[in-house]
Write a protein that binds this ligand. Structure first.
Ligand code: SF4
Ligand code: SF4
Length: 139
């Protein structure tokens, strides 16, 4: 692509903020995230196993021509951002999950919590059976 990549972009990276979340482990944790997703313009994504919340909100210094009005004094996070792996390159990035609705999260949470319960229960289920087997063998 000729020229600077940003000149072909609608400044996707200046239209949201994302913050890290604690990775959910319990039904209560998922319930908190469900609440986030009830709000318009909020989504939650998982990248490299870490959870983030994203708010669609345009930077107040983004000008109509998609340029930064405070380029010389833009924040550190903007300076550190590079076009190498930026938001321009793909719609879904490398996200493992991208939740945009409470229903999507609920289905995921049900599956995760049920799998976790299954893992916790299986050793306990096996133990009595082994005891019964030993008694049956007269040991
Ligand atoms: S860094 Fe990437 S996402 Fe941001 S304006 Fe430039 S091309 Fe667009
Ligand atoms: S300060 Fe400038 S570069 Fe940073 S998000 Fe706002 S418009 Fe974009």
């Amino acid at each position: 692509m000729p020229g600077i990549l940003c000149e072909h972009c609608t400044a996707v990276c200046c239209r949201y903020i994302a913050l890290p979340l604690d990775n959910p482990e319990s039904a209560a944790d998922y319930e908190d995230i469900r609440w986030f997703l009830l709000h318009a313009g909020v989504s939650v994504f998982v990248e490299d196993g870490d959870w983030y919340i994203a708010f669609e909100t345009k930077c107040r210094h983004l000008q109509p021509d998609q340029r930064c009005a405070i380029y010389a004094t833009r924040p550190k996070v903007c300076r550190a951002y590079s076009t190498e792996e930026c938001d321009y390159h793909s719609g879904d990035y490398g996200w493992q999950q991208h939740f945009t609705s409470p229903e999507h999260l609920e289905a995921y949470a049900r599956a995760q919590l049920s799998a976790r319960r299954g893992k916790r229960q299986s050793p306990r289920r096996r133990a009595p059976a082994a005891g019964v087997a030993r008694r049956a063998a007269g040991r």
